[in-house]
Ligand binder design. Structure first.
Ligand SMILES: [Zn+2]
Length: 79
């Protein structure tokens, strides 16, 4: 499957009921909540800002899997 963030080839682990785990060579290992996946059709994430967000999350909380959820998701500007 493709990475939700950068749309590159990534390894995804679909096993979670409440979202998806993505292991992307560009973005790292993170999780995306089911609510974001539901909101996503027709939209895309701001790949650069999301990558910065993921880096910051790992700085704050090393060893913790960053989760992109409906509270912190950064959508790319539309229009
Ligand atoms: Zn990616």
């Amino acid at each position: 499957m493709k990475c939700v963030n950068c749309l590159g080839e990534a390894r995804t682990i679909d096993a979670q009921m409440n979202g998806i785990d993505i292991n992307c060579p560009n973005c790292g290992h993170f999780s995306v909540s089911a609510s974001v996946l539901r909101q996503r059709p027709g939209r895309s994430l701001d790949a650069e800002k999301t990558r910065v967000f993921l880096h910051n999350e790992l700085d704050i909380n090393p060893g913790h899997l960053p989760v992109i959820n409906s509270e912190n998701v950064i959508w790319a500007p539309t229009g």
